[in-house]
Design a protein around this ligand. Structure first.
Ligand SMILES: Cc1cc2nc3c(=O)[nH]c(=O)nc-3n(C[C@H](O)[C@H](O)[C@H](O)COP(=O)(O)OP(=O)(O)OC[C@H]3O[C@@H](n4cnc5c(N)ncnc54)[C@H](O)[C@@H]3O)c2cc1C
Length: 412
């Protein structure tokens, strides 16, 4: 296994680091203050995105720091998953950077779906404006009424009637739907077909968010915060009709596409967690060395130095495991790396949660204020232990594979 970054990846890495330091970090606090001032709570129809974001996007795009997640040489940066992973780590240090580089979830995953599985017409209508950063997209899979960690529970339907698909169902945690630029959803639903097995009974359908019957009912807060100007919506789809060519890759392809979508996306999420954990550790050390109590720097009190060491060990372990998963995906494909992908999806958000918790503690009251990004990192870590499959579901995947391996080897 080789973890070396390619010369091309190294060039991107240097430029991404410099852009974050010189262009994003100086304005990031002001950006979030403006969001707080201009996004009135759950009244998401009033939300605005501060103008500085478009300026930063234009600068990043002009420098070629754009769509770097996409393996396509022309439309993206043509980087391997492992090389891009190291860039994702850097972008995770900032809450704004992924969007500035047009590499943010859920758009990156949705773009990858359209790039891999979309028809030419779908690419022209939706992929190109997404790649240009002109519109935003949403992924609607989770439903409030059923345990959605088991996707076969899904109750929403996508039924073919003549030359149309009729969509019905209620979704929530539809991330990004509060953004005024959100224009399209990928709606996942049940398309019953007695001739197919249970994993070919679900479809992904492209739905313009202004289609009649799409009703965004509210934004769901995360720990009381609406995560503006992005937002997580609860959406009702009531007899929404779209043409047949709005199926992605045809009816019944939902699970197959979902596997392809979630593999690279999990690497990106995990590396962003590692970047956020690095940032949290830096903040903890700075605070702990600069502030004094009982005659000593905070870091020299109690078990704080040991906590720093434990954080370093945990972050490095998580990074190595994630790079191993990325390397395996590059070398033998996403399917063969399923166990490793599940492993990092458990490890990285838990490491971030542990490191941020320490960073909050050593900051005292400031740790839970908005003066430092720690509450946002904590929220990211805690949410990711649920989103894209809760910890327990990924552990059950790993256990199943381990037990099957043992069974196939018999006694030794
Ligand atoms: C901030 C945030 C953003 C999100 N964004 C999106 C999005 O953009 N699009 C989207 O479709 N969804 C999104 N989600 C939803 C997320 O993917 C789901 O919450 C997740 O899949 C779990 O589904 P559920 O909430 O129905 O929990 P349930 O399925 O009800 O599970 C609840 C709990 O049951 C336990 N459990 C479940 N299965 C097992 C098992 N096999 N073994 C042991 N215990 C188990 C786990 O502890 C689990 O946390 C988001 C969620 C959050 C919090």
């Amino acid at each position: 296994m080789h973890f070396d970054i390619s010369p091309k990846g190294q060039d991107y890495l240097n430029r991404v680091k410099a852009f974050i330091k010189n262009e994003i970090e100086p304005v990031e606090a002001a950006f979030w203050s403006e969001v707080t001032a201009t996004c009135p709570g759950g009244d998401w129809r009033q939300w605005q995105v501060p103008a500085i974001l478009e300026e930063l996007k234009a600068k990043a795009r002009a420098q070629g720091l754009w769509n770097m997640f996409l393996p396509d040489e022309t439309l993206g940066a043509g980087l391997s998953i492992k090389d891009y992973a190291l860039l994702a780590e850097q972008t995770g240090r900032s809450l704004l950077a992924p969007t500035v580089f047009n590499c943010n979830a859920p758009d990156s995953g949705n773009m990858e779906v359209l790039w891999r599985y979309g028809s030419e017409a779908q690419k022209q209508r939706w992929l190109m404006p997404l790649l240009a950063g002109e519109i935003r997209s949403v992924f609607c899979m989770t439903e409030p009424q059923v345990a959605s960690s088991d996707a076969t529970n899904m109750q929403a339907t996508a039924i073919v009637e003549g030359d149309e698909i009729v969509l019905n169902g209620r979704k929530w945690w539809s991330s990004g739907i509060g953004d005024p630029h959100a224009k399209v959803a990928i709606f996942m639903a049940h398309t019953p077909d007695a001739s197919k097995d249970r994993h070919h009974q679900h479809s992904m359908v492209l739905v313009p968010l202004d289609a009649p019957g799409v009703q965004i009912e509210r934004m769901v807060p995360v720990f009381g915060d609406y995560d503006a100007p992005h937002g997580h919506g609860e959406v009702n789809f009531s007899n929404v009709r779209v043409p047949l060519d709005h199926f992605i890759a045809g009816p019944g392809m939902g699970f197959e596409i979902a596997q392809g979508r979630l593999g690279p996306g999990r690497i990106h999420h995990c590396m962003r967690c590692i970047g956020a954990a690095e940032k949290a550790l830096e903040l903890a050390i700075d605070r702990g060395t600069q502030r004094v109590a009982f005659g000593k720097p905070l870091l020299s009190l109690g078990g704080n130095r040991e906590r720093v060491a434990e954080a370093r060990i945990a972050i490095d372990q998580a990074r190595l495991l994630t790079l191993f998963a990325a390397w395996k995906m590059d070398s033998v494909g996403t399917f063969a790396a399923m166990g490793e992908i599940s492993a990092i999806k458990v490890v990285a958000p838990n490491v971030l949660q542990q490191v941020v918790d320490f960073a909050i503690q050593i900051h005292g009251g400031a740790g839970v204020s908005r003066d430092v990004p720690l509450t946002a990192f904590f929220s990211q870590a805690r949410s990711l232990r649920l989103a894209d499959g809760p910890d327990e579901v990924h552990k059950s995947v790993i256990a199943k594979m381990e037990i099957a391996k043992r069974a196939s080897h018999g006694d030794r």
